[in-house]
Design a protein around this ligand. Structure first.
Ligand SMILES: O=C1O[C@H](COP(=O)(O)O)[C@@H](O)[C@H](O)[C@H]1O
Length: 315
């Protein structure tokens, strides 16, 4: 049976609540392919498990100490996608049981490919898709059938394969220009807050989504919030627009940080050596005076980093 390494995990509020975990883990912890559907408890492993490089240990400790979330590093993107499916399905189950609905926010880009295991056995049949409400953290202002559309990407790789009610899939109005599309999406969120589909943060009064699945660009951008762009400082709007995105296409709408950071759960899913620099910066290493957008992700709830070993290679 093929094996996979779970390199290390940090940080760790609930070690003592996970009695099945070893007190002195071996390095690296080997997890067999058949059993590496990591449970949420495994993610909450309370000890930094040293990876192949001992020097990485302090980086992850720094992330842990700064409350930057739990970190899981996988041998491969394939292993990551297996774990991400279980994590997402578990949260969907939890929220659906608690409140009869599950509000999940998708990114575009590589995230959708990493969600592929969720539309395979066992999840495709076991998940109660009827409770799902699907949103986008950002969208390009293009028609829904355009190759740049995040909706098109998600439909092809995810939504077309599961029975989520089309009325619970909140795509942007692609007939509107950028500003109108952002306003329209924010109005839609306000209606859904009023009708109790979307929860609200008691702390901030802005929408509190159950789960945001965030990707990150090689420049450290998240959603369509780019390094050095004034939109990263937007405090009032829930959804805003950009017409000069440094990554094409230039016109997009995006959730703002107040909404992103009100989330109950955020998974930051990052793969590839090309993204190792911003991951390293987010761990607290390096000296950037202006924080990268990814460094501004700091939810009210739980943050879990899903990294492949290449994305973690500079730690
Ligand atoms: O343009 C975008 O880029 C980011 C990152 O994409 P990736 O392919 O490098 O993972 C994505 O999260 C965002 O939703 C998208 O609009």
């Amino acid at each position: 049976m093929a094996s996979s390494h779970l390199y290390f995990v940090a940080p760790f509020r609930t070690l003592r609540s996970s009695p099945s975990l070893p007190k002195s883990p071996r390095f690296p912890l080997h997890v067999s392919r058949s059993s590496h559907l990591l449970t949420h408890k495994t993610l909450a492993f309370s000890t930094v498990i040293r990876g192949a490089s001992g020097s990485g240990r302090s980086s992850w400790r720094a992330m842990a100490e700064k409350g930057k979330g739990k970190v899981v590093v996988f041998d491969s993107e394939e292993d990551l996608s297996v774990s991400l499916a279980k994590y997402t399905a578990d949260l969907a189950d939890k929220f659906s049981k608690e409140k009869g609905s599950f509000t999940v926010v998708l990114s575009g880009g590589s995230l959708i490919k990493s969600l592929r295991k969720l539309v395979e056995t066992p999840y495709v049949d076991a998940v109660d898709w009827s409770t799902w409400h699907v949103f986008w953290v950002d969208e390009r202002v293009v028609p829904k059938d355009h190759d740049d559309s995040n909706y098109k990407l998600a439909f092809a790789g995810f939504l077309s394969k599961v029975p989520i009610h089309p009325g619970k899939v909140y795509a942007i109005n692609d007939a509107l220009p950028a500003e109108g599309a952002a306003d329209d999406y924010e109005t839609c969120l306000k209606h859904l807050v009023k009708s109790n589909v979307i929860s609200v943060s008691a702390a901030t009064g802005v929408p509190k989504f159950d789960l945001m699945l965030l990707g990150m660009g090689p420049d450290g951008h998240v959603a369509s919030l780019f390094p050095g762009h004034p939109l990263v400082k937007e405090k009032e709007k829930w959804v805003t627009f950009i017409k000069d995105s440094p990554k094409p296409p230039p016109e997009r709408i995006t959730f703002t940080f107040p909404v992103i950071n009100s989330s109950a759960n955020i998974a930051l899913v990052v793969c590839g050596a090309g993204k190792a620099g911003p991951v390293n910066a987010a761990s607290g290493n390096g000296q950037n005076s202006d924080p990268l957008p990814v460094q501004m992700v700091s939810p009210e709830g739980e943050l879990v980093w899903f990294l492949d070993k290449d994305a973690a290679s500079k730690l």
